[in-house]
Design a protein around this ligand. Structure first.
Ligand code: SAM
Length: 246
């Protein structure tokens, strides 16, 4: 039997290239967007709550205090997945402004449901490529923390260029974190952990809070994430890496 062109032979839904193009102009992307998969409750939350808690992506710097309606320390979570950590951080840190960047509609819908259920006023979401948010939208020295928890490891060597932790990511994080601000990465993919350590230790702008080459214990305030639980089931060891920026 011949397989016609454009039939999706994979079990995954097809990649939504239109959505990807709306979400970034970068040609090498650290994410993939697939069609479908949004529940009715998530769609409803996206329609009702995104206008209130979402910030539209813009190519020029925006005012964080305006967006949150107050001035407070800002924590950015990149790739928040279904938003459980984001909601937990918002609930447990009422004095912080919590900003989340994610591309997946279903995750954003899920997070919005959490924002409403927990009556959170200190959480805002941006549905866009975090790289472009960091590079174009966030003012210099505007963030107190950047969290990158269990980023896609892109295991295959030919995909390593899609890993988000690259030189341009570190440039963007060093620019947007305040002096003394923290970049907090975690991964269950040992080789990606080594990759992160190598890149960060060779960058004079970052200091490892646990001493050169060391991981940090998971801070109590960081809840276990969905992908981390999956890593545990697979027997993977998790490493947390905390770096302060000079
Ligand atoms: C492996 S999942 C981890 C999700 C969550 N942090 C957790 O630990 O459960 C990685 C997430 O990062 C998101 N992501 C990857 N690259 C991104 C980017 N450049 N901007 C925004 N989100 C991104 C993906 O859509 C995906 O939801």
């Amino acid at each position: 039997m011949t397989i016609p062109d454009k039939v999706n032979t994979d079990r995954q839904p097809a990649i939504d290239t239109n959505a990807e193009e709306r979400l970034t102009r970068r040609s090498i992307r650290s994410f993939v967007v697939r069609n479908g998969r949004t529940t009715a409750a998530q769609t409803d939350a996206l329609q009702r709550l995104l206008p209130k808690f979402g910030i539209p992506y813009s190519d020029s710097p925006f005012d964080l205090s305006d967006a949150f309606g107050r001035t407070a320390p800002v924590w950015l979570e990149i790739g928040f997945g279904n938003g459980d950590v984001l909601i937990n951080m918002g609930s447990n840190n009422p004095d912080a402004n919590i900003l989340g960047a994610e591309v997946h509609e279903s995750g954003i819908g899920h997070a919005l449901i959490g924002v409403e259920q927990n009556a959170l006023n200190n959480v805002r979401l941006i549905q866009h490529d975090a790289m472009e948010i960091l590079e174009n939208m966030l003012p210099p020295d505007s963030l107190d923390k950047v969290l990158l928890l269990f980023p896609d490891p892109w295991h295959k060597k030919r995909h390593h260029k899609r890993r988000i932790v690259q030189e341009d990511f570190l440039n963007a994080v060093a620019r947007t974190l305040k002096p003394g601000g923290i970049l907090h990465c975690a991964t269950d993919w040992a080789e990606y952990g080594e990759w992160m350590i190598e890149k960060l230790e060779n960058d004079a702008r970052f200091d490892n809070c646990a001493g050169p080459g060391n991981g940090s214990p998971r801070p109590e305030w960081r809840p276990v994430t969905r992908f981390e639980r999956r890593g545990h089931r697979l027997g993977h060891e998790v490493i947390d890496l905390l770096y302060s920026v000079k």
